[in-house]
Each structure stands twice: as structure tokens, then as C-alpha cells.
Design a protein. Structure first.
Length: 144
């Protein structure tokens, strides 16, 4: 399943947040959440995490950039599960690392779900919108 779309949710007083149904369908009974890039969390299905882990295992240990990326992706990675209402809790250190407090945005990015603090998301996305023409010119370099 591909993860697409953007959904806004609120973290409850008990620290739980409802994961959009469309995303839960792709994540199954849960998944893996970890520190993402650019100020968000990444949520992966267990299947995709297994594939990603295999690639991470093959990173050259002699390259500092590879070691640092491995650390970023794995140090705080944690399994998550959904309750009967499709809610989950993000580990406090992960949520705090990207300033998630109350209002969150779930954004699908094909292979993963990104979880953002609402304000951080809009600031980041507004920056992307300002660079739209620059980004579109770069697509050729990416083979798109």
C-alpha cells in the first residue's frame, strides 16, 4: 500500500492520537516509529522497516555519514500498536525531539507516514511552496 494524503489530528489528554484509518490499513496492527528528517517522525510498516533495516545493515561502517544516519534512524526507533479505536502513543523522547505536543499532521509520502507538529509542518511546507519552481527543475536530475 502507498501512503498518500494529509490528515490533521489532536493528541488526547491521555497522550493518545488517532492514526488515520487509511494509514492504519497500510500499517497493519502497528509499525515502527522513529526520528525522521526535517523535523518530523517517520512511521513505517513492519514489512517496510524490515526492508529498510536490511539496507541499513549494509551501510559501510567506515563512513561517518553512514554511521550517523544509522544512529538517527535506530537509536529511538520503537514499535507502535493501535488500540481498538485506532489510537497510539508516541514515545515521549521521540515526540519531544520534533516538538509534537497537541496538534499533529499525518502526511503520507508513498513508503512512510510522516508525523509533524502542525505549526512545524506548515512552516516547512510553506518553504517548499516558495521553492516549487526550483524543485521542479531538479526533478530531471532525480530521473523523474
Amino acid at each position: 500500500m502507498e501512503f498518500i494524503g494529509t490528515y490533521y489530528h489532536t493528541i488526547e489528554a491521555q497522550g493518545r492520537v488517532a492514526v488515520p484509518k487509511r494509514f492504519r490499513e497500510g500499517l497493519g496492527d502497528g509499525g515502527i516509529v522513529t526520528k525522521g528528517l526535517d523535523g518530523c517522525l517517520f512511521m513505517f510498516s513492519e514489512e517496510y522497516w524490515t526492508e529498510l533495516s536490511a539496507k541499513l545493515r549494509n551501510l559501510p561502517i567506515g563512513q561517518k555519514t553512514a554511521r550517523d544516519f544509522l544512529r538517527l534512524m535506530t537509536y529511538n526507533a520503537a514499535p507502535i500498536e493501535f488500540d481498538e479505536q485506532g489510537r497510539t502513543r508516541f514515545p515521549t523522547p521521540l515526540a519531544e525531539s520534533v516538538n509534537i505536543k497537541k496538534e499533529v499532521v499525518f502526511a503520507g509520502t508513498i513508503t512512510r507516514v510522516e508525523v509533524w507538529d502542525k505549526q512545524t509542518y506548515h512552516t516547512y511546507f510553506d518553504g517548499l511552496a516558495k521553492r516549487e519552481s526550483e524543485l521542479s527543475e531538479s526533478l530531471g536530475e532525480l530521473g523523474i
